[in-house]
Design a protein around this ligand. Structure first.
Ligand code: GRG
Length: 296
């Protein structure tokens, strides 16, 4: 296999092109909405979720190219969640990825609408992508999975419990619920959507789903650790915000050492779960290591 950096860069470039092509053109009407959507989509994310979608399609023997619209859709859902999370009514952040947040540039109303438009576009792209693949039954499967991961039983549900838990002493079960729903669910479905669209068999899908769950939880634990240990330059936002906002985090509950060990164990588990898929799953395994080692 080529070095991970080359693989990531190659996939990232394909994703960047697709993210541009799947959005309405910048001169579409109303132009301020197009501008606001593009501002946050192209604010410099790592593109982890869409790259996982491409890697999952390849892991079950499919091609990455046909699943690019669905991969882009998952990045749009992620971007919408960031835009809304930064709003004064939620985390009230002025900076994201080292740039002013969407509402700081376009105002709150436009930031809400840009997020809504990205979420809506995402479901259109997924349904359209699935309808072009071999098996039409896939449309329902993938749309339901993504809706579950993004909605009340996923990211939105996790965000609600996170907000409600701020400043309170939460149980370990609540902490686990927040992390698995707010963050892990979208990472997990980024993998399963790619594998499903590429025609993965039930056993392959089950392995990828379980690996995605471990990888997603590890991602959020690493995010918690970075909020304690990272620098402004690395994170593109000020570190220590979780502690200031009295958020429920792994380091706050378990300490840094146990949190690091837990993240490592989850990544090992994700990689082991992918063993039955053999060499085609090597890029996902490498991405799992990247999640553990990332500094931003
Ligand atoms: C508003 C419905 C709604 C949900 C928001 C995900 C989320 C829920 C809030 C974001 C809060 C946060 C920073 C969570 C930590 C995990 C996370 C999603 C980090 C950012 O993801 P990266 O590192 O971002 O993949 P980039 O910038 O690389 O795209």
């Amino acid at each position: 296999m080529q070095p991970l950096e080359d693989y990531l860069e190659q996939q990232r470039q394909r994703v960047e092109v697709s993210l541009d092509q799947c959005l309405p053109t910048p001169d579409s009407y109303p132009s301020v909405l197009m501008e606001a959507m593009r501002y946050s989509v192209f604010a410099g994310g790592k593109r982890l979720r869409p790259i996982l979608t491409l890697a999952a399609a390849e892991a079950v023997g499919g091609d990455a190219e046909p699943v690019l619209p669905a991969a882009s859709a998952l990045e749009y859902i992620h971007t919408y969640s960031m835009i809304h999370d930064d709003l004064p009514a939620m985390d009230d952040d002025d900076y994201r990825r080292g740039k002013l947040t969407n509402h700081k540039v376009y105002g709150e109303a436009m930031a809400i609408l840009a997020g809504d438009a990205l979420l809506t576009l995402a479901f259109r792209l997924i349904a359209d992508n699935a309808s072009r693949m071999n098996d039409p039954r896939m449309i329902a499967r993938v749309v339901v999975d993504v809706a579950d991961a993004a909605g009340t039983d996923g990211m939105v549900g996790g965000q609600v419990v996170d907000i409600e838990s701020e400043g309170k002493d939460v149980s370990v079960e609540t902490l686990e619920y927040i992390h698995r729903h707010k963050t892990a669910a979208l990472i997990r479905v980024s993998l399963t959507a790619g594998a499903t669209l590429a025609g993965g068999r039930p056993q392959e899908l089950a392995a990828i789903r379980a690996a995605g769950e471990s990888l997603g939880l590890a991602f959020q634990i690493v995010d918690d650790i970075l909020d304690v240990e990272g620098s402004l330059a690395e994170l593109g936002k000020s570190a220590g915000s979780d502690e200031r906002k009295k958020k429920a985090t792994y380091p706050a509950f378990h300490g840094l050492d146990v949190s690091k060990q837990k993240a490592r164990t989850l990544i090992d588990e994700a990689k082991r779960l992918l063993d039955p898929l053999g060499p085609p799953a090597v890029p996902i395994r490498a991405l799992a290591d990247f999640v553990l080692e990332r500094r931003s």
